[in-house]
Design a protein around this ligand. Structure first.
Ligand code: HXC
Length: 513
């Protein structure tokens, strides 16, 4: 074989998986590593890294089990014209397991992305640490994790799980910023067999670590995809909001939606009755550019809503309480969801727009024993730590610690608006008057009537947004229909915000993780 033919043949081997494997994976409604990359990247843009790499393990028959690439395709490419670094694990070789060289390629991909200041995207499909390579595969994982951490807050890291992510395979995604899981994928530290052997529990793959569990219950997955193609569409949509690195602003895109457009439907959205729910997503969809809201963690901790949107074409982060679920109460999971998102958004220079309608933190032993104190503290830490423009709109309830936590002026919000329906106080009227007028109510001949009277007085004098506004904690009270234009004007002023008060030098804070 002459040298050119040899190259042609060897290249073919790096690009085409074994036929029986491709057939099997297609039957499962999944794609091969190369097919995934072809769909993700702009045509012809892929530049491979370490294409012909092979493992150098010996023993356990490893000498005779070698392929070019060692089970992972990695390199640089572009998505909608923007440069990215990518890797895709190839399950056809030893179940995408991570040996020394496989890990080296992934670590180098992340390192290259960091040097170039471009996002890194992983398409994962792996049985975890390659057992035959022993500590060399653990070393490899350690080196990947180290680079994930170095890249954190510098370049966006997105991982799609498109098959198994077992054992060590879970931690690199967990250290990334966003995880997309396809419905055919699963993630767990120890599989059903080990679970059965160690604690006697019978559980299926899906029940243990299926995509739906991680998207709804554990919160490990930020996005749930129907299949590989859908996951790729989600990655592209997400990327369209993200800057390439932390020195850039998130990318502007023309949306054709007038930032000064008023929406009179908003005026009637909050019900007269303060205990009646409404869907805060309707507020979000009406305030931001039409069709621009990309929800993150849509199925997890649904008493809070977070996601990306555009206003006059500029990307923003949106955080909101959801009165339609558990009255919008904050709890352990929603605290984690909000705090993590705020921290991400601050790292990558997104203005944070917060919509508040929160009666407080969820009470009870389940929450207290689960550590709602330290979880709730994460929200406070994240907002106070964030130096990006912070704009808060109080729609209705803003009570107690939850008022402070949800991007209040006191944690450094740059601009706070309230709707006339806002209620801001230490606690709600009924709870408040039952404490401060306890004796009067006990003695009263008509306690219910008197309670209503006190409640009315409390609303007029204490919870009214004009009280908070008289202290300067609320900058303006606006008609709901004007919210979009007010936020836009504030955003335009805050675009070049520099945090005024330099903070004391420190290595880093100690957040309540
Ligand atoms: C070596 C592996 C492997 C691994 C799979 N394979 N996982 N080889 N190391 N970790 C190989 C299989 O031997 C098989 O090789 C091929 O990949 C396909 O695997 P199958 O089992 O046939 O596929 P499937 O039925 O789809 O099952 C997939 C699977 C299963 C559920 C992922 O393979 C599995 O349970 N693997 C082990 C998962 C695991 O426990 N990982 C944790 C490792 S410990 P052949 O030769 O038949 O093609 C770990 C800790 C690191 O990761 C901690 C670091 C922080």
């Amino acid at each position: 074989m002459d040298r050119f033919s040899e190259l042609v043949e060897k290249r073919r081997l790096t690009e085409v998986p074994p036929e029986d494997f491709a057939k099997k994976i297609h039957e499962q409604g999944r794609l091969t590593a190369h097919e995934r990359l072809e769909r993700l990247l702009d045509k012809g843009s892929f530049v491979p890294i370490a294409r012909f790499i092979q493992h150098r393990a010996t023993g356990f028959g490893m000498e005779s089990r070698k392929v070019f690439g060692d089970g992972v395709v990695a390199g640089l490419g572009s998505i909608d014209g923007r440069r990215v670094a990518v890797y895709a694990q190839d399950f056809s070789f030893m179940g995408g397991s991570v040996g020394e060289m496989h890990a080296y390629k992934i670590a180098r991909t992340i390192e290259t992305a960091l040097k170039l200041g471009i996002p890194v995207i992983g398409l994962n499909d792996s049985g975890g640490a390659r057992i035959q390579e022993g500590v060399d595969s653990l070393k490899g994982y350690g080196e990947i994790f180290y680079r994930n951490v170095m890249a954190s807050g510098v370049i966006p890291q997105i991982v799609a799980i498109m098959g198994p992510a077992a054992g060590g395979a879970v931690y690199s995604p967990a250290l990334a910023d966003f995880i997309v899981m396809t419905k055919k994928s699963y993630m767990f530290i120890t599989g059903p067999k080990v679970v059965k052997a160690s604690i006697g529990e019978d559980v299926t793959f899906e029940e243990l670590g299926g995509a739906e569990i991680h998207a709804t219950k554990s919160g490990v997955a930020h996005f749930l995809a129907e299949d590989d193609d859908h996951a790729i569409r989600i990655i592209k949509a997400l990327l369209s909001y993200l800057p390439s690195n932390n020195t850039e602003d998130p990318p502007y895109a023309e949306t054709g939606d007038d930032p000064f457009r008023e929406d009179s439907e908003l005026d009637g959205l909050v019900p007269e009755d303060p205990v009646k729910p409404y869907d805060v997503k309707e507020v979000i969809n009406r305030v931001f550019d039409k069709g621009s809201f990309l929800e993150v963690h849509a199925h997890f901790a649904t008493n809070a809503v977070v996601g990306f949107a555009r206003l006059g074409g500029f990307p923003v982060c949106v955080v909101a309480n959801q009165p339609a679920v558990s009255a919008g109460c904050l709890d352990i999971d929603s605290s984690d969801k909000i705090a993590r998102f705020v921290t991400f958004c601050d790292s990558f220079n997104f203005p944070i727009i917060t919509f508040v309608d929160v009666p407080g933190f969820l009470p009870g032993t389940y929450q207290e024993h689960g550590g709602v104190i330290r979880h709730g503290a994460k929200i406070i830490y994240a907002y106070a730590d964030a130096t990006t423009p912070k704009i808060t709109v109080i729609l209705r309830k803003a009570y107690g610690g939850a008022y402070i936590a949800m991007g209040s002026k006191h944690l450094g919000a740059d601009y706070v608006l309230a709707w006339p329906t806002a209620e801001i106080a230490v606690m709600g009227p009924r709870e408040a008057i039952e404490i401060i007028y306890k004796r009067e109510l006990e003695k009263a001949a008509n306690p219910e009537e008197l309670a209503k009277e006190f409640e009315e007085k409390y609303r007029k004098e204490i919870t009214t947004p004009y009280f908070a506004a008289s202290r300067g904690y609320v900058d303006d009270i606006v008609f709901p229909r004007e919210t979009r234009s007010y936020i836009y004007k504030a955003l335009m002023f805050l675009r070049d915000k520099r945090e005024k008060h330099p903070r004391p030098p420190r290595k880093h804070g100690v957040p309540p993780v």
